[in-house]
Design a binder for this molecule. Sequence first.
Ligand code: COA
Length: 303
Amino acid sequence: MLHLLAEHLPGSDVARRYAWLYEQNPHGRSVTVIARDERSGEPLGLTSVFPRRMLIAGRVRLGSVGGDGYVRPSARRRGIATAMHCATLERMRDDGIEIMYGPPEPHNLRALERAGARVVCHVRRFSRPRVLQSLLGPLGRLVARGARLAPIEGRDARVDQVFERAVDDTVVTPVRDAVHYAWRFVDSPARAQRAFVVLRHDKPLGLCVLERAGRRAALVDLFAHPNDFGDALSIIASSSGADSLVTQLNDRGPHAKHLGRAGFFAREGKPFQVHAREGTDPAVFDGRRWYHTWGDGDLDRVL
Ligand SMILES: CC(C)(COP(=O)(O)OP(=O)(O)OC[C@H]1O[C@@H](n2cnc3c(N)ncnc32)[C@H](O)[C@@H]1OP(=O)(O)O)[C@@H](O)C(=O)NCCC(=O)NCCS
């Protein structure tokens, strides 16, 4: 597996990634399928899903993030990725995982669709350019009076508090909880994405995760009650200290409208697919319900 992963992700510390993402995930160990040549036994490719508790229309279920799909160049276009996605769905059943989701690369999307996955919406990159970041800065600072970002350094009960207050029975989203947040953002190999509680007058208003690269910043995750989302966004934008901000959200989903109001422009989009077992709640195929951020994916660095 490490050999195939090293081919797929050259230059990255795959042993560290394996320990973190495949073994230490608090929502469950990965389900990995490896394809082998029938005669020689040579490994030809692999794909994985990483378990994640989900809130699906008011019920907590076990879902998963798809990732690290790779077929060796000499073995491509023979239906191997398609067959691995079919096999993964079978294995997910044994582990009680109902769905797999994510915005795959185009060739992998075709393989997933052949295996039965459905595109339910598009995740789009939104950016707030430098000129708007400086123009809206004073307004943001007004909203941000008495507000600050408090770093999350480990398991932090305020994560559960904010999540439970922010969700309702309509949304489909991966669960944010104290244990997951600590693993995903405090213990990640790159440690590039830093998690914060957004506080106003010392009360938790929301959660956010920021990744910086020079004067740019990515808003990797943001979670807040619908009534507080716009304010949380302004507070984060003005407290980030960045010249420009970029984020990624479902363009038809909850909260996307706040981004336009806060000076974020829609950029390129990517199809977002759901691969689900039979009998799964049909809410997972309703693109308007999905709230999915970069932080819900498997990349510990996006810039
Ligand atoms: C994406 C990847 C896993 C696909 O593996 P694969 O075994 O070749 O996929 P399949 O043979 O099952 O392809 C299924 C369908 O996807 C489409 N497809 C796959 N690769 C394609 C390519 N290079 N060009 C055009 N279409 C392609 C085709 O429609 C194909 O069916 P067809 O060959 O009958 O036309 C492989 O190309 C790969 O490892 N790429 C590099 C890593 C990567 O991008 N991983 C995905 C990250 S999300």
